[in-house]
Design a protein around this ligand. Structure first.
Ligand code: ADP
Ligand code: MG
Length: 431
């Protein structure tokens, strides 16, 4: 199958060199049973490529099984994958098959492989090398014909150095690496994908897509897209739903972009002294310096914002039901951290730069203190309280969707799961 028909079949848009390389790699290895490691930031299309690999292989008649190692409680991963005997662990009331038995003849996609616990890594390595495995709690060897595709948005080499990932497994997995580049490294793909999603959403909502003028299109191209195609899709959807007209400008779409532009001017952020924004003619070093400088300025603003936010939380708890001071700016906005910004893992992208004070009625505390996401009024908010507030607010915002919540908080789903358990436990003991 040629590249173009492959793209049409799997809905993979893009003609950039990075995309072509990735597609060629799929073509080269889809006919084999070789293990493939798909690497790339969050939202770049790793899962889409995994499906393409499976659907182009001889295994396509059986469904590919997908397991997100970051979403599954650590203690369950092994038995999910390899099955268990009755009584193998507390709660194992039944013996059960794992994915490796179920998916015989098919493919298993192990997403977020960097989150896999070390004990499960041992079993995985063994099954990759020999095709053999055993259920948890059993010594009987089973065999299965499985192809493994793994994905990660982490630098697994670093995970190995940190002792969180087995070196032997890393080498085993990295025989064939399929790298899906971030959107900002394939700027020529941005508008075609954006147009595609706008078209799709205008059909879905039975409306016409707003037309972007040249300034808007330039801004979309310059924007850094920290959330990659997933973010691009969301922005396309929002514009279709919320904007009307045939001359949508840069100013109109700016509010929908949450980070900074890449190699261009800041979006909704801070003007940097001397930075014209149109830095095309500056030497590369100066551009880099500008980016670093801007990142530092942003960080300072964010830290200041955090301090104010904490001060507000303290004020809330001290003043009890005093309505004048009980307004807290949406705390979830503070916590949009991303794991997928290299070197900026702890940066907060969406901290409010201006504090709206009491104008934000949406998150105003009820006078009777009934608002469940606020710290109890008589106590100083501990870090735990603040965290609980943020987690519950984010959860509410994403309507209970744990994946999106975890992503917005910059933690893995497993960590979120654990924290929710803690919250639950704390609540049941305090009740
Ligand atoms: N090249 C592309 N063209 C069109 N849509 C894409 C492309 N790459 C990714 N997508 C879409 O973007 C979204 C995120 O992709 P996904 O594979 O889930 O990313 P990842 O697994 O890397 O986080 C999905 O809806 C996917 O269909
Ligand atoms: Mg994914």
């Amino acid at each position: 199958m040629d590249r173009q028909s492959m793209q049409e079949r799997f809905g993979i848009i893009g003609t950039s060199p990075g995309m072509r390389l990735a597609l060629d790699r799929v073509r080269q290895v889809s006919g084999t049973d070789i293990t493939v490691l798909v690497q790339g930031e969050s939202g770049v299309g790793k899962e889409l490529f995994a499906h393409a690999l499976h659907d182009m292989s001889r295994r396509r008649h059986k469904q590919m099984l997908v397991m997100n190692c970051g979403a599954m409680p650590e203690g369950l991963i092994e038995s999910e994958l390899f099955g268990n005997e009755k009584g193998a662990y507390t709660g194992a009331v039944e013996k059960r098959q794992g994915y490796f038995e179920e998916a015989d003849g098919s493919t298993i996609f192990l997403d977020e492989i960097g989150e896999m616990p070390l004990t499960a890594q041992v079993r995985l390595l063994r099954v990759l090398e020999t095709g053999e495995f055993s259920r948890v709690g059993s010594s009987i060897l089973l065999k299965s014909d499985i192809r493994v595709i793994a994905a990660t948005n982490k630098d697994l080499g670093k995970e190995v150095e940190a002792g969180r990932f087995r070196e032997d497994l890393y080498y085993r997995l990295s025989t064939v690496i399929l790298t899906v580049p971030p959107l900002r490294e394939r700027q020529e793909d941005i508008l075609p994908i954006f147009d595609h999603f706008q078209h799709r959403f205008s059909q879905k909502y039975n409306t016409s897509a707003p037309k972007m003028d040249i300034s808007a299109r330039q801004l979309l191209t310059r924007y850094r897209w920290p959330g990659n195609i997933r973010e691009l899709r969301n922005v396309a959807e929002q514009t279709v739903v919320l904007l009307r007209g045939d001359a949508i400008s840069e100013e109109d779409i700016r509010p929908y972009l949450r980070g900074v532009t890449y190699g261009g001017s800041g979006v909704g952020l801070i003007a940097v002294a001397g930075g014209s924004g149109q830095s095309g003619e500056e030497p590369a070093g100066a551009r880099e310096r500008e980016l670093i400088y801007r990142a530092l300025v942003e960080l300072r603003v964010e830290v200041r914002g955090l301090k104010e936010q904490i001060a507000q939380l303290v004020a809330v708890s001290r003043t009890g039901s005093d309505q004048e001071t009980t307004s807290v700016t949406d705390p979830s906005r503070l916590l949009v951290m991303r794991e997928d910004r290299p070197g900026q893992a702890d940066f907060i992208e969406e901290a409010p730069y201006e504090f709206e004070g009491a104008s934000d009625t949406e998150f105003q505390t009820e006078p009777d203190g009934a608002q469940p996401t606020q710290p109890r009024q008589t106590e100083l908010p501990t870090l735990e309280h603040a965290e609980r507030t943020l987690i519950l607010t984010a959860l509410e915002r994403f309507e209970g969707n744990r994946r999106q919540t975890a992503e917005s908080l910059g933690i893995s789903e497993r960590t979120l799961y654990r924290k929710l358990k803690d919250i639950e436990a704390a609540e049941s003991t305090s009740a």
